[in-house]
Design a protein around this ligand. Structure first.
Ligand code: SAM
Ligand code: SF4
Length: 334
């Protein structure tokens, strides 16, 4: 173990999100354009390089690792990487290994993921209507995801459903989604749509369903109790007293969560984003490839953390998507 990672605002960085690919088998409208140009393969870190880099973070105090994308389960050989990370669970260096997935490949991978020590997964699902699902994901099939969720459940993986709250799209499914999650035993978190990707600000403003409105609608039917539990991220939780369910709200636009931020994001090309909502990043691929000596890349990681900004600048309050970031969500993995 080397000294832990502490940023200029005295925040300990112990959570790393790794986007292992920019590719995906879906084309969700708020995430990707239909005709995405993906990175050439040579730009990508190999699985061995991803292992080396991620392991450096674990030595420097990262305790929680979330694998994301693009769709992480479409990266060729991805189980090799999970296997490599699972050795850090075995030594106790890593407390949690998890992933965020669209669920399409879970029938293939759920049992091996569970065997490698994954306990909880986040699955993104905005609607339970097959036609709406096809519309929002462009290329996805709801049934495939539902089968994936069954597979996850059958091997004991705890599932949290992430639903992007979209005005005029899934407003009418608020209670059906909640009921379905209660029946299936899944937690549920709503996400506010964020101004990522190409400039689609008129569309985004249009679709923006503030979670304070969503929460108020929930409260017309249920008693909601705020939970103090925080994860260091933008999620806040309530308990639905009538059902005992935990419901989360990820509100980067209406709430400032930056003061307790404990995370950084690594892309599949070795860029480290110190803040989801800022353009600044550090290239870790160059130092990684420059030397087989890990102290070189460790130094680059420390220098990057020393630049972690205080917070992001997303702001819809002036009826414009201010603070917009031009990269796609699939680049940093959300
Ligand atoms: N493909 C995986 C999935 O969909 O779960 C992992 C990557 S995806 C980029 C991670 C999360 O980002 C998903 O829950 C997705 O709904 C969310 N997301 C993508 N674009 C978004 C946007 N513009 N605003 C808010 N959330 C977004
Ligand atoms: Fe793919 Fe996830 Fe983006 Fe949808 S949100 S296009 S599933 S990366």
């Amino acid at each position: 173990m080397t000294a832990p990672l502490i940023d200029p605002f005295a925040r300990a960085i112990d959570y790393l999100r790794v986007s292992v690919t920019d590719r995906c088998d879906f084309r969700c409208v708020y995430c990707m354009s239909e005709n995405m140009t993906f990175l050439p393969k040579k730009e990508l870190l190999t699985l061995e390089e991803l292992d080396r880099l991620t392991s450096a973070f674990v030595r420097m105090g990262v305790r929680k690792l979330r694998i994301t994308g693009g769709e992480p389960l479409v990266r060729k050989g991805i189980l090799t990487f999970f296997r490599a990370m699972s050795r850090h669970l075995d030594t106790g260096a890593l407390k949690e290994l998890t992933l965020t997935t669209n669920g399409s490949q879970l029938t293939r991978f759920a049992d091996e993921l569970a065997a490698l020590g994954v306990r909880r997964i986040n699955v993104s699902l905005d609607t339970l209507d097959p036609d709406k699902f096809a519309r929002i994901t462009r290329w996805g099939r709801l049934n495939q995801v539902l089968e994936g969720l069954e597979a996850a459940k059958s091997v004991g993986l705890k599932v949290k459903i992430n639903a992007v709250a979209l005005k005029g799209f899934n407003e009418d499914e608020l209670f059906p989604l909640l009921d379905w999650c209660a029946e299936e035993g899944h937690d549920l978190t709503f996400i506010e749509v964020m101004p990522m990707g190409e400039d689609m600000s008129p569309l985004r403003l249009d679709q923006y369903w503030p979670l304070k409105d969503l929460r108020a609608r929930l409260a017309t039917r249920f008693t909601l109790t705020d939970l103090t539990e925080r994860t260091g991220g933008p999620a806040r939780y309530v308990r639905v007293e009538e059902t005992g369910q935990k419901v989360g709200f990820i509100t980067p636009l209406t709430h400032n969560f930056c003061e307790s931020c404990n995370r950084v994001r690594l892309t599949c090309t070795g860029e480290l984003f110190m803040c989801l909502g800022q353009e600044d990043m550090a290239d870790l691929r160059t130092p990684l490839r420059a030397s087989a000596d890990d102290s070189v890349v460790e130094q680059a990681i420390r220098a990057a953390i020393a630049r972690k900004p205080k917070g992001h600048d997303f702001d819809y309050s002036r009826q414009r998507a201010d603070g917009q970031v031009s990269r796609h969500m699939s680049h940093t993995g959300g």
